[in-house]
Structures are given as structure tokens and as C-alpha cells.
Design a protein around this ligand. Structure first.
Ligand SMILES: Cc1cc2nc3c(=O)[nH]c(=O)nc-3n(C[C@H](O)[C@H](O)[C@H](O)COP(=O)(O)OP(=O)(O)OC[C@H]3O[C@@H](n4cnc5c(N)ncnc54)[C@H](O)[C@@H]3O)c2cc1C
Length: 400
């Protein structure tokens, strides 16, 4: 049986000098400029605008796009490495490029030449921030259940509806918004959804208040209201009625980035716990000289490194133009749960310090909860993988 298990030759991770270079740049930036304020970002629920500008100036909003479209021209493995390094210091800050990519990448992949010129170039250069709006009050995991509508009137589209949890919505200029252009059919509910590019400031388009939350504080997820919002016909992205596939495409690569967040937070939790237990004296010796803490840290470091391998592997498959969908689902699910276990171990080993808000351990646990939810909850990853396994099992039975 080789269900969901590629040939050994496909288990490669192509780490080159350019990856080590971008890792160094991201790590130094995160350690020098974000670490001193990571706790403040969480407590005050605000990312300073100069940090966002520096992220843009470093090219972190344009990593995977070609230079002629304003990007850095690096690959997806580089993107994963940048996100991991930012998340190791502040998961909230790492969310900015992740949510941005959910608007920019679909424009890169599905956009016309004009759309790429007008919208992707400023996004890839980091002159503008992007945001992605699919989720609605009554439709999250069930994407095909969205109720927002877009109707064609002459050479315009008129949008109506409400979106929630639109991350980066507070700072974004370019929004990728999904709406129904025709009602769902019984056979294929996912058909009839279309993707639209909407600019901040469009009449009838209101960016609402951020939704309060316990994790990734500082990053803002807002409500959006569309009341007869008119946009030009040419702002339809991709084919009319096929927006579901535009979204699924971008969630596939987005999962690699969320997996990288899981790895970054998990790594941070292990480092915090190791440093704490190496200096905390109990019963006459550092806690880390006891076997119990050694076992716990040994286990979670194996898991977080396993998660890193899965994440880099999924990114490498994407960079090689191979099918990376299952790898991205596995990486997202495994890495965010490995990160959660590492955060729990860090809290456990911290004792009272583990739950004290002056230490970062409890923040890691709050942040990692969010990564288990967005870009398809981990239940949805299990469903997706389970369906793929079922399909493969059926074809194996047919062949035998
Ligand atoms: C901080 C944050 C930022 C976000 N940013 C964005 C964004 O930028 N853009 C955007 O469009 N959305 C965004 N989201 C929304 C996110 O994608 C959804 O929250 C997510 O898809 C889950 O949807 P839901 O919250 O409606 O939960 P529901 O779909 O209602 O699910 C509730 C629970 O039921 C489980 N469940 C649902 N269906 C099944 C099933 N078939 N089988 C088994 N279990 C199931 C889920 O796993 C979950 O545990 C964000 C969410 C958060 C928390």
C-alpha cells in the first residue's frame, strides 16, 4: 500500500544558499526589531505602522512574485522560511504577509495582464497591503454556503453582503472578495461563486471594526459591509462562477504558510522552556537536569522538527510544480498541533511562570489556537486527507 505516499525521490527539500540568506535577514529583523516589542504588540493589541513598513521594505510582502511584477523573485520555500522566522518572535506580525498573500497570489495566478499591473505590482512591492474576504457570519468551513451576492448591471458588478474575520482589513487597500453570482445548484454547490477585486474607499464598501480575539493580538480581522457596492466589470478575477477554485487554490499554498507559523511558534515555545528550565533551580539543581523535563522537551523538539520537514517539503513540491495539496494539508494540521503541544509543554515546565502574562509561554498557546482554525480548520484538513485516502483506496481496489 502506498496511499498518500509519494516516491522516495519526491521527498526532497531543496535548501540552497539563497534560503539561508533570506532566513538570516528575516531572523535578524525579527530578533532585533520585533522581539523587543512582541509582548507590547500582544498586550496593546497593536502592530506599530513602522514594523509594517519595514516588512514591506524588506520585500516580505512580495517574496514569491517575479521582479517584473514588483516581487523579490524567490520561491515558496523562501516564503515559508520568512513566515517561520517572523512567527518565532511574533505570530501576529507573521500574519501580515500570510493574509496579504491570500489576496496577492490569486491575482498573480488568475489575474489578467491589466489586473496584475494595476493591483499585483503595488501589492508585491509592498506599497499596498492586501486582504482576503470569504468568511461570513453564517459560512466559515462551508465556503459554498456564502450568501453575499454580485449582480451584473451594464458594465458594473454590484455587490451586497457582509464578511467577517477579514484579516489585514484595517490596513489593506486591495480586497479580494467572494460573492455569489448565481445560486448554488444541488449537484455542485461550489459553482456560482466569483472573486472580485475591491478597492478601499469604493462607495458602499465599509470596513468595519476589528473583532476582538484572544490570539495573534495586534493583527486585526475586521467586518466588511457591502451595500450596493459598484465595481467595474474588469474587477472580476478569474472566470465567473469559478471563484471557489480560485479560493481553494490559494488556501492550498496558504496552508504552507500557516504550517510555517506552527513551526515558528513551536520553536519559540521550546526555546523559552529550555532557557527557563536551564536556570530555574528546584531541589538543588536546574529543572532541566531532571529527566521529566528532558523527556518532554526531547519529544516536542522531535515533533517541531518533523513539522518543519513537512512544511519545507510541501513548499519544495510547490516550487517543483508538483501536486502539493496533500502535503500542505498534512503540514498545516501537524505543524499547528505540534506547535500547540510545544506551547503546552512550555506552560507546564514554567509552572506559575507558564501562565504569568509577563512570560511569553501563555501567548504561544493563545496564538497557536488561531493557526488551528484559519485557512481551513484542522478538522477540514483531516476531512480533505481522508477523502483523498478513500479515493485512492477505491482505485486500488478497482485495480486489484
Ligand atoms: C483570527 C482569524 C483570522 C481569519 N482571517 C480570515 C480572512 O482573512 N479571510 C477569511 O475569509 N476568513 C478568515 N478567517 C475565518 C476562518 O477561515 C474560519 O474561521 C474558518 O474557516 C472556520 O470557520 P468558522 O469559524 O465559521 O467555523 P465553523 O465552520 O462553524 O466550524 C466550527 C467547528 O466545527 C468544525 N467543523 C465544521 N465543519 C465540519 C465538518 N464537516 N466535519 C467536522 N467538523 C467540522 C470546525 O472544524 C470547527 O471546529 C479567520 C479566522 C480567524 C479566527
Amino acid at each position: 500500500m502506498r496511499i498518500l505516499s509519494p516516491n522516495a525521490s519526491e521527498y526532497s527539500i531543496l535548501l540552497k544558499d539563497e534560503h539561508r540568506e533570506i532566513q538570516k535577514v528575516a531572523r535578524e529583523f525579527a530578533e532585533n526589531e520585533i522581539a523587543p516589542i512582541a509582548d507590547k504588540i500582544d498586550k496593546e493589541d497593536k502592530i506599530p505602522s513602522d514594523i509594517i513598513k519595514k516588512i514591506a521594505d524588506l520585500g516580505f510582502l512580495g517574496v514569491p512574485y517575479p521582479p517584473e511584477l514588483g516581487g523579490v523573485g524567490a520561491d515558496y520555500l523562501s516564503m515559508a522560511i520568512v513566515v517561520e522566522e517572523l512567527a518565532r518572535i511574533s505570530c501576529a506580525v507573521s500574519v501580515i504577509p500570510v493574509a496579504h498573500t491570500l489576496a496577492a497570489m490569486p491575482i498573480y495566478v488568475h489575474g489578467t495582464e491589466e489586473q496584475r499591473k494595476k493591483y499585483l505590482i503595488p501589492l508585491a512591492k509592498g506599497e499596498k497591503v492586501g486582504a482576503h474576504a470569504m468568511t461570513e457570519p453564517a459560512a466559515g468551513s462551508d465556503v459554498a454556503g456564502i450568501k453575499s451576492t454580485a449582480r451584473k448591471e451594464g458594465d458594473k458588478w454590484v455587490l451586497n453582503g457582509t464578511k467577517v474575520f477579514c484579516t489585514n482589513g484595517d490596513i489593506a487597500e486591495t480586497f479580494l472578495i467572494f460573492a455569489r453570482t448565481s445560486p448554488p445548484s444541488k449537484e455542485k454547490r461550489q459553482l456560482g461563486i466569483s472573486a472580485f477585486i475591491v478597492e478601499r474607499g469604493t462607495k458602499g464598501f465599509t470596513v468595519g471594526k476589528p473583532i476582538g480575539k484572544t490570539g495573534i493580538r495586534g493583527s486585526k480581522s475586521v467586518e466588511l459591509l457591502m451595500e450596493d457596492t459598484e465595481i467595474p466589470q474588469e474587477n472580476l478575477l478569474g472566470e465567473e462562477g469559478k471563484g471557489f477554485y480560485v479560493a481553494m487554490d490559494c488556501y492550498d499554498h496558504g496552508r504552507i504558510e500557516v504550517a510555517a507559523q506552527g513551526v515558528g511558534v513551536g520553536q519559540a515555545a521550546i526555546e523559552s522552556a529550555a532557557k527557563y528550565t536551564a536556570q530555574r533551580i528546584a531541589f538543588g539543581q536546574p529543572l532541566l537536569e531532571f529527566q521529566g523535563p528532558q523527556f518532554m522537551l526531547g519529544e516536542v523538539s522531535a515533533e517541531v522538527n518533523g513539522a518543519r520537514f513537512l512544511t519545507y517539503w510541501a513548499a519544495t513540491l510547490k516550487d517543483q510544480g508538483k501536486d502539493f495539496s496533500a502535503a500542505a494539508s498534512m503540514a498545516k494540521m501537524f505543524a499547528t498541533e505540534a506547535g500547540e503541544r510545544a506551547a503546552l509543554v512550555a506552560i507546564k515546565l514554567g509552572g506559575s511562570a507558564g501562565v504569568a502574562t509577563e512570560y511569553p509561554m501563555e501567548r504561544f498557546l493563545r496564538d497557536i489556537q488561531v493557526t488551528k482554525i484559519y485557512e481551513g480548520t484542522n478538522d477540514i484538513q483531516r476531512l480533505t486527507l481522508g477523502r483523498m485516502i478513500y479515493k485512492e483506496a477505491k482505485s486500488m481496489l478497482e485495480e486489484s
